[in-house]
Design a binder for this molecule. Sequence first.
Ligand code: AMP
Ligand code: GLY
Length: 433
Amino acid sequence: MAEHVLLIGGGGREHAIARALEGGSGGEVDLYACAGNRNPGIARLATEFETLETTNPKAVREYAEDVGATLAVVGPEAPLEAGVVDELEDAGIYAFGPKAEEARIETDKAFQRRFMAEHDVPGCPEFETFDDMDAACDFIDEYDGDLAIKPAGLTGGKGVKVIGDQVTAEEGKAYIRDSDYDRIVLEERLVGEEFTVQAFVADGEVRTAPAVQDHKRAYEGDEGPNTGGMGSYSDATFELPFMTDADYEEAVSVIEATVDALEGYRGILYGQFMLTSEGPKVIEFNARFGDPEAMNTLPVLETPFLDVLTAARDGDELPALEFASQATVCKYAVPEGYPTDPKAGAKVQVDEESAGDALLYYASVDERDDGIYTTTSRAFAVVGVADSITEAEEIAEDALEVAGEEGLHVRHDIGKPDLVQQRIDHVEELRGK
Ligand code: AMP
Ligand code: GLY
Protein backbone atom coordinates (compact mmCIF):
# COMPACT_ATOMS: atom_id res chain seq x y z
CA MET A 1 0.00 0.00 0.00
CA ALA A 2 1.22 3.45 -0.80
CA GLU A 3 2.26 5.66 2.11
CA HIS A 4 0.06 8.72 2.45
CA VAL A 5 2.62 11.40 3.17
CA LEU A 6 1.47 14.83 4.31
CA LEU A 7 3.92 17.63 3.53
CA ILE A 8 3.50 20.81 5.55
CA GLY A 9 4.80 24.08 4.09
CA GLY A 10 4.80 25.81 0.70
CA GLY A 11 8.31 27.17 0.04
CA GLY A 12 11.24 26.16 -2.15
CA ARG A 13 12.48 23.81 0.57
CA GLU A 14 9.13 22.01 0.58
CA HIS A 15 9.09 21.77 -3.22
CA ALA A 16 12.48 20.03 -2.93
CA ILE A 17 11.11 17.72 -0.24
CA ALA A 18 8.10 16.92 -2.45
CA ARG A 19 10.43 15.92 -5.31
CA ALA A 20 12.57 13.82 -2.99
CA LEU A 21 9.50 11.94 -1.80
CA GLU A 22 9.05 9.88 -4.89
CA GLY A 23 8.80 6.17 -4.12
CA GLY A 24 11.21 4.38 -1.81
CA SER A 25 12.29 0.75 -1.82
CA GLY A 26 9.22 -0.21 0.23
CA GLY A 27 6.62 1.17 -2.15
CA GLU A 28 5.02 4.25 -3.54
CA VAL A 29 3.94 7.58 -2.14
CA ASP A 30 0.66 9.39 -2.30
CA LEU A 31 1.61 12.97 -1.54
CA TYR A 32 -0.76 15.39 0.18
CA ALA A 33 0.33 18.93 0.87
CA CYS A 34 -0.83 21.91 2.86
CA ALA A 35 0.47 25.45 3.11
CA GLY A 36 -0.72 29.04 3.45
CA ASN A 37 0.14 29.73 -0.20
CA ARG A 38 -0.62 27.52 -3.16
CA ASN A 39 2.82 26.48 -4.43
CA PRO A 40 2.30 25.38 -8.05
CA GLY A 41 5.32 23.03 -8.04
CA ILE A 42 4.12 21.11 -5.02
CA ALA A 43 0.49 21.19 -6.15
CA ARG A 44 1.49 19.44 -9.36
CA LEU A 45 3.28 16.63 -7.52
CA ALA A 46 0.56 16.15 -4.93
CA THR A 47 -2.62 14.13 -5.10
CA GLU A 48 -4.25 17.00 -3.25
CA PHE A 49 -3.15 20.45 -2.07
CA GLU A 50 -4.98 22.27 0.70
CA THR A 51 -4.43 25.89 1.64
CA LEU A 52 -4.64 26.26 5.39
CA GLU A 53 -2.91 27.99 8.27
CA THR A 54 -0.02 25.61 9.01
CA THR A 55 0.58 27.18 12.43
CA ASN A 56 -2.86 25.97 13.49
CA PRO A 57 -2.17 22.44 14.77
CA LYS A 58 -5.85 21.48 14.85
CA ALA A 59 -6.36 22.46 11.21
CA VAL A 60 -3.32 20.43 10.17
CA ARG A 61 -4.48 17.45 12.22
CA GLU A 62 -7.94 17.57 10.70
CA TYR A 63 -6.50 17.57 7.19
CA ALA A 64 -4.04 14.79 8.06
CA GLU A 65 -6.89 12.65 9.35
CA ASP A 66 -9.05 13.45 6.31
CA VAL A 67 -6.41 12.19 3.91
CA GLY A 68 -5.44 9.20 6.04
CA ALA A 69 -1.83 10.34 6.47
CA THR A 70 0.54 7.55 7.48
CA LEU A 71 3.49 9.94 7.76
CA ALA A 72 4.04 13.69 7.87
CA VAL A 73 7.01 15.92 7.11
CA VAL A 74 7.16 19.45 8.47
CA GLY A 75 9.20 21.87 6.36
CA PRO A 76 9.21 25.26 8.14
CA GLU A 77 9.97 26.22 11.74
CA ALA A 78 6.73 28.07 12.55
CA PRO A 79 4.50 24.92 12.57
CA LEU A 80 7.13 23.15 14.70
CA GLU A 81 7.00 25.99 17.22
CA ALA A 82 3.20 25.91 17.14
CA GLY A 83 3.18 22.22 18.14
CA VAL A 84 2.03 20.61 14.90
CA VAL A 85 4.18 17.52 15.54
CA ASP A 86 2.75 17.14 19.06
CA GLU A 87 -0.79 17.39 17.71
CA LEU A 88 -0.18 14.84 14.93
CA GLU A 89 1.38 12.48 17.44
CA ASP A 90 -1.76 12.76 19.58
CA ALA A 91 -3.67 11.65 16.48
CA GLY A 92 -1.31 8.68 16.08
CA ILE A 93 0.40 10.12 12.99
CA TYR A 94 4.19 10.06 12.91
CA ALA A 95 5.67 13.38 11.86
CA PHE A 96 9.34 13.68 10.95
CA GLY A 97 10.19 16.80 12.89
CA PRO A 98 10.75 17.70 16.55
CA LYS A 99 7.98 18.46 19.01
CA ALA A 100 7.63 22.06 20.17
CA GLU A 101 9.80 21.45 23.23
CA GLU A 102 12.72 20.00 21.24
CA ALA A 103 12.29 22.59 18.48
CA ARG A 104 13.31 25.23 21.06
CA ILE A 105 16.86 24.47 19.96
CA GLU A 106 15.87 26.76 17.06
CA THR A 107 12.87 28.72 18.26
CA ASP A 108 14.46 30.09 21.45
CA LYS A 109 18.01 31.29 20.94
CA ALA A 110 18.49 31.98 24.66
CA PHE A 111 17.52 28.39 25.45
CA GLN A 112 19.82 27.18 22.66
CA ARG A 113 22.91 28.90 24.09
CA ARG A 114 22.19 27.87 27.67
CA PHE A 115 21.60 24.31 26.49
CA MET A 116 24.97 24.23 24.74
CA ALA A 117 26.71 25.62 27.81
CA GLU A 118 24.97 23.25 30.26
CA HIS A 119 25.74 20.18 28.19
CA ASP A 120 29.29 21.22 27.27
CA VAL A 121 28.49 21.04 23.56
CA PRO A 122 31.69 22.20 21.84
CA GLY A 123 31.76 25.30 19.62
CA CYS A 124 29.65 27.64 21.75
CA PRO A 125 30.68 31.33 21.60
CA GLU A 126 30.69 33.53 24.73
CA PHE A 127 27.16 34.81 25.35
CA GLU A 128 24.80 36.51 27.83
CA THR A 129 20.99 36.49 27.75
CA PHE A 130 18.89 39.54 28.72
CA ASP A 131 15.28 40.38 29.43
CA ASP A 132 16.17 43.91 30.55
CA MET A 133 17.04 45.98 27.47
CA ASP A 134 18.86 48.69 29.49
CA ALA A 135 21.11 46.04 30.98
CA ALA A 136 21.78 44.73 27.46
CA CYS A 137 22.84 48.22 26.31
CA ASP A 138 25.13 48.58 29.35
CA PHE A 139 26.69 45.22 28.47
CA ILE A 140 27.44 46.50 24.95
CA ASP A 141 29.22 49.51 26.48
CA GLU A 142 31.26 47.35 28.84
CA TYR A 143 32.13 44.41 26.59
CA ASP A 144 35.62 44.36 25.16
CA GLY A 145 34.98 43.47 21.52
CA ASP A 146 32.14 43.26 19.02
CA LEU A 147 28.86 41.51 19.76
CA ALA A 148 26.05 39.96 17.75
CA ILE A 149 22.57 41.06 18.87
CA LYS A 150 19.98 38.29 18.55
CA PRO A 151 16.29 38.42 19.40
CA ALA A 152 15.55 35.17 21.28
CA GLY A 153 12.47 34.29 19.19
CA LEU A 154 11.96 33.51 15.50
CA THR A 155 12.53 36.37 13.04
CA GLY A 156 12.81 34.56 9.70
CA GLY A 157 16.59 35.01 9.76
CA LYS A 158 16.24 38.77 9.66
CA GLY A 159 16.51 39.86 13.31
CA VAL A 160 20.24 39.52 13.99
CA LYS A 161 22.45 42.63 13.93
CA VAL A 162 26.21 42.25 14.13
CA ILE A 163 28.16 45.13 15.67
CA GLY A 164 31.29 45.95 13.69
CA ASP A 165 29.75 44.39 10.57
CA GLN A 166 26.22 45.64 9.85
CA VAL A 167 25.89 48.25 12.62
CA THR A 168 27.96 50.38 15.02
CA ALA A 169 27.61 49.92 18.79
CA GLU A 170 25.39 53.03 18.95
CA GLU A 171 23.13 51.73 16.15
CA GLY A 172 23.01 48.37 17.90
CA LYS A 173 21.81 49.96 21.12
CA ALA A 174 19.22 52.04 19.23
CA TYR A 175 18.01 48.83 17.54
CA ILE A 176 17.55 47.18 20.94
CA ARG A 177 15.72 50.21 22.37
CA ASP A 178 13.48 50.76 19.32
CA SER A 179 12.45 47.12 18.85
CA ASP A 180 9.93 45.52 21.16
CA TYR A 181 11.84 42.29 21.79
CA ASP A 182 11.35 41.04 25.32
CA ARG A 183 14.44 38.81 25.39
CA ILE A 184 17.72 39.01 23.51
CA VAL A 185 21.04 37.22 23.39
CA LEU A 186 24.31 39.11 23.08
CA GLU A 187 27.19 37.00 21.96
CA GLU A 188 30.76 37.21 20.83
CA ARG A 189 31.00 38.23 17.18
CA LEU A 190 32.43 35.31 15.24
CA VAL A 191 34.68 36.05 12.29
CA GLY A 192 35.21 33.56 9.50
CA GLU A 193 33.29 31.70 6.80
CA GLU A 194 29.81 30.31 7.36
CA PHE A 195 28.69 26.82 6.42
CA THR A 196 25.76 24.54 7.12
CA VAL A 197 25.65 20.84 7.95
CA GLN A 198 22.23 19.21 8.01
CA ALA A 199 21.67 15.91 9.81
CA PHE A 200 18.84 13.39 9.57
CA VAL A 201 18.09 12.32 13.14
CA ALA A 202 15.94 9.65 14.79
CA ASP A 203 16.34 7.55 17.94
CA GLY A 204 19.75 9.07 18.69
CA GLU A 205 21.08 8.14 15.23
CA VAL A 206 22.63 10.83 13.05
CA ARG A 207 23.26 10.84 9.27
CA THR A 208 24.87 13.97 7.91
CA ALA A 209 24.73 15.57 4.46
CA PRO A 210 27.42 17.48 2.54
CA ALA A 211 28.23 21.00 3.79
CA VAL A 212 26.49 23.93 2.08
CA GLN A 213 27.21 27.65 2.09
CA ASP A 214 24.22 30.01 2.08
CA HIS A 215 24.38 33.73 1.24
CA LYS A 216 22.30 35.74 3.70
CA ARG A 217 22.90 39.25 2.46
CA ALA A 218 20.48 40.67 -0.09
CA TYR A 219 22.98 42.15 -2.54
CA GLU A 220 26.06 41.08 -4.43
CA GLY A 221 29.38 41.23 -2.62
CA ASP A 222 27.59 40.41 0.68
CA GLU A 223 26.09 43.87 1.00
CA GLY A 224 22.65 44.85 2.22
CA PRO A 225 20.28 43.50 4.84
CA ASN A 226 20.07 39.87 5.97
CA THR A 227 17.49 37.73 4.19
CA GLY A 228 16.19 34.20 4.62
CA GLY A 229 19.00 33.22 2.19
CA MET A 230 19.59 34.33 -1.41
CA GLY A 231 21.25 31.19 -2.68
CA SER A 232 23.76 28.51 -1.80
CA TYR A 233 26.29 26.03 -3.14
CA SER A 234 27.79 22.68 -2.25
CA ASP A 235 30.76 20.84 -3.71
CA ALA A 236 31.10 17.34 -5.13
CA THR A 237 32.64 16.25 -1.79
CA PHE A 238 31.22 16.60 1.74
CA GLU A 239 33.41 19.65 2.35
CA LEU A 240 33.35 23.09 0.76
CA PRO A 241 36.46 24.39 -1.06
CA PHE A 242 37.54 26.51 1.94
CA MET A 243 37.25 23.62 4.44
CA THR A 244 39.34 20.62 5.39
CA ASP A 245 37.98 17.14 6.19
CA ALA A 246 38.80 17.85 9.82
CA ASP A 247 36.61 20.99 9.82
CA TYR A 248 33.68 18.97 8.50
CA GLU A 249 34.26 16.20 11.06
CA GLU A 250 34.42 18.74 13.87
CA ALA A 251 31.05 20.15 12.80
CA VAL A 252 29.59 16.62 12.72
CA SER A 253 30.85 15.96 16.24
CA VAL A 254 29.11 19.13 17.47
CA ILE A 255 25.85 17.87 15.93
CA GLU A 256 26.32 14.43 17.49
CA ALA A 257 26.98 15.94 20.92
CA THR A 258 23.83 18.02 20.55
CA VAL A 259 21.69 15.03 19.57
CA ASP A 260 23.11 13.07 22.53
CA ALA A 261 22.07 15.85 24.88
CA LEU A 262 18.66 16.44 23.23
CA GLU A 263 16.88 13.28 24.20
CA GLY A 264 14.14 12.19 21.83
CA TYR A 265 14.96 14.61 19.05
CA ARG A 266 13.80 13.57 15.59
CA GLY A 267 13.74 15.23 12.20
CA ILE A 268 16.42 17.39 10.65
CA LEU A 269 18.98 19.10 12.85
CA TYR A 270 20.65 21.90 10.94
CA GLY A 271 23.92 23.25 12.31
CA GLN A 272 25.05 26.63 11.07
CA PHE A 273 28.73 27.13 11.73
CA MET A 274 31.33 29.85 11.46
CA LEU A 275 34.70 28.45 10.45
CA THR A 276 36.91 30.68 12.61
CA SER A 277 40.67 30.72 13.16
CA GLU A 278 39.94 28.35 16.06
CA GLY A 279 37.79 25.97 14.00
CA PRO A 280 34.01 25.69 13.61
CA LYS A 281 31.80 27.57 16.11
CA VAL A 282 28.01 27.33 16.22
CA ILE A 283 26.08 30.34 14.90
CA GLU A 284 22.76 28.59 15.45
CA PHE A 285 20.80 25.38 15.17
CA ASN A 286 17.65 24.98 13.14
CA ALA A 287 15.12 22.23 13.70
CA ARG A 288 14.46 21.64 9.99
CA PHE A 289 16.12 21.68 6.57
CA GLY A 290 17.58 24.98 5.48
CA ASP A 291 15.90 27.00 2.81
CA PRO A 292 17.70 27.21 0.33
CA GLU A 293 20.04 24.44 1.58
CA ALA A 294 17.43 21.68 1.10
CA MET A 295 17.58 22.45 -2.62
CA ASN A 296 21.32 21.66 -2.62
CA THR A 297 21.06 18.53 -0.52
CA LEU A 298 17.96 16.67 -1.63
CA PRO A 299 18.71 16.60 -5.39
CA VAL A 300 22.00 14.74 -4.71
CA LEU A 301 20.54 12.39 -2.08
CA GLU A 302 20.47 9.01 -3.81
CA THR A 303 18.95 7.08 -0.90
CA PRO A 304 15.16 7.39 -1.14
CA PHE A 305 14.03 9.97 1.41
CA LEU A 306 10.94 7.83 2.02
CA ASP A 307 13.20 5.04 3.31
CA VAL A 308 14.64 7.42 5.91
CA LEU A 309 11.14 8.44 6.99
CA THR A 310 9.72 4.94 7.28
CA ALA A 311 12.82 3.71 9.17
CA ALA A 312 12.46 6.63 11.60
CA ARG A 313 8.76 5.96 12.10
CA ASP A 314 9.14 2.21 12.46
CA GLY A 315 12.09 2.42 14.87
CA ASP A 316 14.43 0.72 12.38
CA GLU A 317 18.05 1.67 11.92
CA LEU A 318 18.31 4.69 9.60
CA PRO A 319 19.76 3.73 6.21
CA ALA A 320 23.30 4.86 5.45
CA LEU A 321 22.89 7.85 3.14
CA GLU A 322 24.36 7.92 -0.34
CA PHE A 323 24.98 11.26 -2.02
CA ALA A 324 25.93 11.73 -5.68
CA SER A 325 29.44 13.23 -6.03
CA GLN A 326 28.07 16.36 -7.66
CA ALA A 327 28.32 20.05 -6.92
CA THR A 328 25.18 22.21 -6.74
CA VAL A 329 24.47 25.93 -7.05
CA CYS A 330 21.10 27.38 -6.06
CA LYS A 331 20.00 30.95 -6.85
CA TYR A 332 16.81 32.53 -5.63
CA ALA A 333 14.74 35.08 -7.53
CA VAL A 334 13.07 37.34 -4.96
CA PRO A 335 10.51 40.16 -5.20
CA GLU A 336 11.84 43.66 -5.72
CA GLY A 337 12.53 45.35 -2.40
CA TYR A 338 12.96 42.04 -0.53
CA PRO A 339 13.49 41.75 2.43
CA THR A 340 12.76 45.26 3.76
CA ASP A 341 9.98 46.39 1.42
CA PRO A 342 9.01 43.44 -0.77
CA LYS A 343 6.59 43.95 -3.61
CA ALA A 344 3.87 41.32 -3.22
CA GLY A 345 1.21 40.63 -5.85
CA ALA A 346 3.50 40.94 -8.89
CA LYS A 347 2.87 38.38 -11.62
CA VAL A 348 5.67 35.83 -11.99
CA GLN A 349 6.25 34.60 -15.51
CA VAL A 350 8.38 31.49 -15.42
CA ASP A 351 9.09 29.57 -18.57
CA GLU A 352 9.69 26.21 -16.96
CA GLU A 353 10.31 24.37 -20.19
CA SER A 354 13.34 26.55 -20.82
CA ALA A 355 15.00 25.90 -17.49
CA GLY A 356 17.20 23.52 -19.46
CA ASP A 357 19.36 21.27 -17.33
CA ALA A 358 18.58 23.17 -14.17
CA LEU A 359 16.02 22.22 -11.53
CA LEU A 360 13.35 24.79 -10.88
CA TYR A 361 11.71 25.13 -7.49
CA TYR A 362 8.76 27.35 -6.71
CA ALA A 363 8.87 29.06 -3.34
CA SER A 364 6.56 31.55 -1.61
CA VAL A 365 4.44 32.33 -4.63
CA ASP A 366 0.71 31.91 -4.83
CA GLU A 367 -0.99 30.22 -7.77
CA ARG A 368 -4.37 31.71 -8.65
CA ASP A 369 -6.75 31.11 -11.54
CA ASP A 370 -5.03 33.65 -13.75
CA GLY A 371 -1.41 33.05 -12.90
CA ILE A 372 1.33 32.93 -10.30
CA TYR A 373 1.93 35.90 -7.98
CA THR A 374 4.69 36.97 -5.61
CA THR A 375 4.09 37.13 -1.86
CA THR A 376 6.41 39.08 0.44
CA SER A 377 9.00 36.29 0.41
CA ARG A 378 11.28 34.51 -2.07
CA ALA A 379 9.64 33.59 -5.41
CA PHE A 380 11.48 30.74 -7.10
CA ALA A 381 14.91 29.15 -7.29
CA VAL A 382 16.99 27.44 -9.93
CA VAL A 383 19.57 24.79 -9.10
CA GLY A 384 22.42 23.58 -11.28
CA VAL A 385 23.88 20.16 -10.53
CA ALA A 386 27.23 19.23 -12.15
CA ASP A 387 30.73 17.85 -11.56
CA SER A 388 32.08 21.20 -10.37
CA ILE A 389 30.71 24.34 -8.69
CA THR A 390 31.69 26.38 -11.76
CA GLU A 391 29.66 24.19 -14.12
CA ALA A 392 26.71 24.05 -11.74
CA GLU A 393 26.77 27.86 -11.51
CA GLU A 394 26.68 28.21 -15.29
CA ILE A 395 23.69 25.88 -15.52
CA ALA A 396 21.84 27.93 -12.90
CA GLU A 397 22.62 31.22 -14.67
CA ASP A 398 21.53 29.89 -18.07
CA ALA A 399 18.26 28.78 -16.53
CA LEU A 400 17.64 32.20 -14.98
CA GLU A 401 18.20 33.89 -18.30
CA VAL A 402 15.57 31.85 -20.05
CA ALA A 403 13.21 31.12 -17.15
CA GLY A 404 12.71 34.85 -16.79
CA GLU A 405 13.58 36.92 -13.75
CA GLU A 406 11.83 40.05 -14.91
CA GLY A 407 10.84 42.29 -12.00
CA LEU A 408 12.69 40.00 -9.61
CA HIS A 409 16.09 40.32 -7.96
CA VAL A 410 18.86 37.70 -8.09
CA ARG A 411 22.35 37.58 -6.60
CA HIS A 412 24.29 36.57 -9.67
CA ASP A 413 27.61 36.32 -7.80
CA ILE A 414 26.66 33.17 -5.85
CA GLY A 415 28.86 30.22 -6.87
CA LYS A 416 30.96 32.25 -9.31
CA PRO A 417 34.68 31.37 -9.28
CA ASP A 418 35.69 34.80 -7.92
CA LEU A 419 33.44 34.57 -4.89
CA VAL A 420 34.36 30.95 -4.18
CA GLN A 421 38.06 31.92 -4.35
CA GLN A 422 37.48 34.86 -1.98
CA ARG A 423 36.15 32.41 0.60
CA ILE A 424 39.25 30.23 0.25
CA ASP A 425 41.55 33.27 0.58
CA HIS A 426 39.60 34.48 3.61
CA VAL A 427 40.07 31.21 5.49
CA GLU A 428 43.76 31.03 4.51
CA GLU A 429 44.22 34.53 5.86
CA LEU A 430 42.45 33.60 9.12
CA ARG A 431 44.65 30.58 9.51
CA GLY A 432 47.72 32.71 8.88
CA LYS A 433 48.83 30.82 5.79
P1 AMP B 1 20.84 33.58 12.53
O1 AMP B 1 19.47 34.16 12.43
O2 AMP B 1 21.25 33.16 13.89
O3 AMP B 1 21.11 32.59 11.43
O4 AMP B 1 21.82 34.77 12.16
C1 AMP B 1 21.74 35.42 10.93
C2 AMP B 1 23.13 35.81 10.49
O5 AMP B 1 23.73 36.66 11.47
C3 AMP B 1 24.08 34.63 10.37
O6 AMP B 1 23.98 34.01 9.14
C4 AMP B 1 25.41 35.31 10.55
O7 AMP B 1 25.83 35.89 9.34
C5 AMP B 1 25.11 36.42 11.52
N1 AMP B 1 25.49 36.01 12.88
C6 AMP B 1 24.73 35.38 13.80
N2 AMP B 1 25.42 35.19 14.94
C7 AMP B 1 26.66 35.69 14.74
C8 AMP B 1 27.84 35.79 15.53
N3 AMP B 1 27.89 35.35 16.80
N4 AMP B 1 28.91 36.37 14.97
C9 AMP B 1 28.88 36.85 13.71
N5 AMP B 1 27.80 36.78 12.91
C10 AMP B 1 26.70 36.21 13.41
N1 GLY C 1 19.18 29.25 5.03
C1 GLY C 1 18.94 29.59 6.36
C2 GLY C 1 17.76 29.00 6.97
O1 GLY C 1 17.09 28.15 6.42
O2 GLY C 1 17.48 29.38 8.10
